[in-house]
Design a protein around this ligand. Sequence first.
Ligand SMILES: Nc1ncnc2c1ncn2[C@@H]1O[C@H](COP(=O)(O)OP(=O)(O)OP(=O)(O)O)[C@@H](O)[C@H]1O
Ligand SMILES: [Mg+2]
Length: 255
Amino acid sequence: MQNILSVEKIEKYYGNKGNITKAIDNISFKVNQGEFLGIMGPSGSGKTTLLNCISTIDNITTGNIIINTQDITALKKKALEEFRRDELGFIFQDFNLLDTLTAYENIALALTIQRREVREIDKLIKDVARKLEITEMLGKFPFQMSGGQKQRVACARAIVTEPSLILADEPTGALDSKSSRLLLDSFEKLNKEFHSTILMVTHDSFTASYANRILFIKDGRIFTELIRGNETRKEFFSKIIEVVTLLGGDVGNVL
Ligand SMILES: Nc1ncnc2c1ncn2[C@@H]1O[C@H](COP(=O)(O)OP(=O)(O)OP(=O)(O)O)[C@@H](O)[C@H]1O
Ligand SMILES: [Mg+2]
C-alpha cells in the first residue's frame, strides 16, 4: 500500500510570547493511499488546526508534512497554490459555494482554474454529478438547494479534480440524518470504488463509523487509534462510543 501522507513530529503554536496556545503537540502519523481516516476529539483539541496544516491553509511551527513524496513545509507560495489546486480537495462545514454561480459553474470553477478544456470539463462534471446524485441540481443556484444538496455539490467540487487527498472538516455538521447518510454513502463509494484517500474531522460517532481508522486527538496529541478491520459499521460504532466516553471531559460535547 502506497504511503500518501506522512505527518512527522508536528507542533503548532498560536500567539506570541506570554500568550501561547499549543494547538498541536508533537503529532506523527501516516496515511496510505485509499484509506478513509476519521479524526475525532473534544472541542479545542486541535482537529481543525491539524487539517488546516495538512491542507496548507495554515503553517506548522515545527515538523514536516509530506504528501506524495513532496514536503509541503518546504514549498514557496506559488508552488503551494499549485499544489493545493492540483492535489487537494476540500470540503468545508459551511460548503463555501459561490451564491452567484449555479451548481454546474461552482463545480466547473476548480477545473477552469486548472485550464482544462471545455468539453473535458463538461464530461467530468456530468460524471461526478451522476456519482453523487446531483444531476438535477446542476442548473440550480445554492439558494435553490437544500443543505444536503449543497453539501453534495461541494463534495462534487472537491473530488472532480481527482485530488490525491480529500480533506473534510465536519462535513455532516450541518446536515440532517438523511442528508448525512447520503453524503457518507458518497464518501464510502469514492473510497471503495475510486480509492480516494479521505481525511475527515468529525464530532459525530455515527459519521466516524464510516471511516476505516480513527485517530482520537486530545490536548493536541494523539490519544489513541481505532482500526475497523473486519468489523461491521455497527460494531465499529460501539467501539467508537467507548473511546469517546473514555476520552472524558464533556462527553455531550464530543458526541
Ligand atoms: N487562529 C488561532 N489563533 C489562536 N488560537 C487558535 C487559533 N485557532 C485555533 N486556536 C486554538 O487552538 C486550539 C485548537 O483549536 P482547533 O480549532 O484546532 O480545535 P478543534 O479540535 O477543531 O475544536 P472544535 O471541535 O471546537 O472545532 C484551541 O485552543 C483554539 O482556541
Ligand atoms: Mg474544529
